[in-house]
Structure formats: structure tokens, C-alpha cells
Design a protein around this ligand. Structure first.
Ligand SMILES: [Zn+2]
Length: 285
């Protein structure tokens, strides 16, 4: 007999797709894998083969959640995605539904990562900042992702004017583009991200800490989570940014200092949160 309690969560990054299964009846996750993805439509092929595999195991899928790096319309159309330009203008939800028969829940990838943190932090507020191919951030409060007017509350990637570099979004000096220039990332033979140069490492740590300090003061979260491939793979930058950020706080703010953590499921947090949103285990407002 089919057990209709499996939700599939996908997180499409700049170079890889993370995939998890969430079994709602047991409230448990299975990390299916991390797959190199060239063009975004390979994600749909990957999803197809995973659904076939689940059907072979007599596991019915009740929902699909997808995190994508970009700005989405309420209908699930990708409006803007510097790292996945091939998705722009595509009604991804319609495409997935026509192939799978399931209308998916599609969210910005940072918001999905914030949804995953809801499981751990309950009614506390948590700000998530992810550093990988791009920079993304989002917030959750009381176990609910904060949507904002355009489902992008707390997003800092395309703010500021920190350099003269032109960002993929068209602006000059965005935080994301400035960090990308300071900390150039490469993709190795396994499509894993790594730093290709640390020549501006100190400046990058300083800038990240300074920008996060300001965001923490504006949004006042109980917890700050530093996620994404860069933070998951390089303990040093997580430690250095954390120390620098706390040092940046003024003396009167230190006693109520924000607590800084790594992501709940490292690079699988986005996929985990996407599945939780699909299962309505985590909501939004
Ligand atoms: Zn930008």
C-alpha cells in the first residue's frame, strides 16, 4: 500500500541540485543527493527519475517544494535570477505540474533555508544569510517564514554600493557582486564550489561582518544563521565573520548579542525547507 506522506524538496543552486525526501508521518528527512546541474531543465529530468524511483519503492509523493535562486512571482514565474538566467520568464510551477501531476511550491532559496531553521528555533526569530554562488538572505519568526511584499523579505544580495563592479542585476556595487569579486569561486571536477583566490579574504570578511551587523540591528533577530556552500565548506570564514561581527557590535548592544550558528542541515537546508513548505509543516506570512 502507498504511504502518502513523502514530500520531495529540491534546492537549485548555481552549480548543483540538492534533493531531500521528507516523511511527514515520521517528521524525518532523507538526503537523496547533490547532483551537478548544467542547464536548469536537467533539474526536471532529475526530479522525474527520483519520482520514478520512489514509485518503484511504493512511496507516493504528496507534494514537491523547490527553492530557486531568484525573485519569483506569486504564480511561480521566475522574474529575475542572475545565476539561472535560463529560468527567467518560465512558469516553472506549470512546467513541473505538467510533468509530474503535482503543483509544486516554489520559493526563493534563502527563504527555503529560513523555513528549515523554523524546525530548530520554534518561536524565536532567525535571520539566514547564505553565501555560495550568490548571496541570499531571509527571515523567519515564530516558526513562519516572513514573506514581505514580494516574497523577498530581508534580502541583502542586491543592496548597497560597495564597489565599482557591475552586478548581474544591472546595478553597480551590489553586496553580492562585491563579495564575488573579493572571493572568486570556482567549480571543480565534481561541480563543487571552492575559493580560487584568497587575496582579498580579509577585506571580504570585514565587509560581510559589517553588512550583517547592520542587518542584525535593523531586523533584530534572536539567531543569525550563516549558510550556503562557502560557510558550510570553509569553517575559517564562518569563524572569522562571526568574531568580526560580534566585535562590531557597540558596547551597549553586546549583552543582548545575537547568537550565530551554522545552517541546520548545511548545504541541504534549502531543500529541507522547500519540502517543509510543500508539506505546510512551515507556513509564511
Ligand atoms: Zn545586484
Amino acid at each position: 500500500m502507498f504511504e502518502p506522506t513523502t514530500y520531495v524538496g529540491l534546492d537549485l543552486g548555481g552549480s548543483r541540485l540538492k534533493l531531500v525526501d521528507y516523511r511527514q508521518s515520521e517528521d524525518s528527512f532523507e538526503r537523496v543527493g547533490s547532483f551537478p546541474i548544467g542547464e536548469a531543465d536537467e533539474m526536471l529530468d532529475c526530479l522525474d527519475s527520483h519520482l520514478s524511483e520512489l514509485a518503484g519503492r511504493k512511496l507516493a509523493v504528496s507534494g514537491i517544494g523547490i527553492g530557486v535562486p531568484g525573485l519569483l512571482s506569486p504564480k511561480g514565474e521566475v522574474l529575475y535570477s542572475p545565476h539561472r538566467p535560463e529560468l527567467i520568464g518560465i512558469e516553472l510551477a506549470t512546467e513541473v505540474a505538467s510533468r509530474t501531476g503535482i503543483w509544486p511550491v516554489i520559493w526563493n532559496d534563502a527563504a527555503c533555508a529560513a523555513a528549515a531553521e523554523c524546525v530548530k528555533w520554534g518561536d524565536r526569530s532567525v535571520l539566514v544569510a547564505n553565501f555560495g554562488t550568490g548571496v541570499g538572505s531571509a527571515m523567519a519568526r515564530s516558526g513562519t517564514v516572513t514573506a514581505g511584499g514580494s516574497f523577498a523579505f530581508g534580502e541583502l544580495g542586491h543592496t548597497g554600493r560597495y564597489s565599482k563592479a557591475r552586478c548581474a542585476c544591472g546595478r553597480i556595487g551590489c553586496f553580492e557582486e562585491t563579495i564575488r569579486v573579493m572571493l572568486p569561486m570556482g567549480v571543480d571536477d565534481d561541480s563543487e564550489l571552492h575559493l580560487t583566490s584568497k587575496s582579498s579574504y580579509g577585506d571580504a570578511v570585514e565587509l560581510i561582518a559589517s553588512v550583517l551587523h547592520d542587518l542584525v540591528l535593523v531586523l533584530d533577530p534572536h539567531e543569525l544563521v550563516l549558510g550556503g556552500g562557502l560557510m558550510a565548506r570553509l569553517d575559517q570564514i564562518f569563524e572569522d565573520v562571526s568574531v568580526r561581527l560580534l566585535a562590531e557590535l557597540s558596547e551597549h548592544r553586546r549583552p543582548i548579542s545575537v547568537r550565530i550558528h551554522k545552517a541546520i542541515a548545511d548545504e541541504y537546508s534549502g531543500a529541507m525547507g522547500a519540502a517543509l513548505l510543500a508539506a505546510r509543516r512551515v507556513g509564511y506570512e
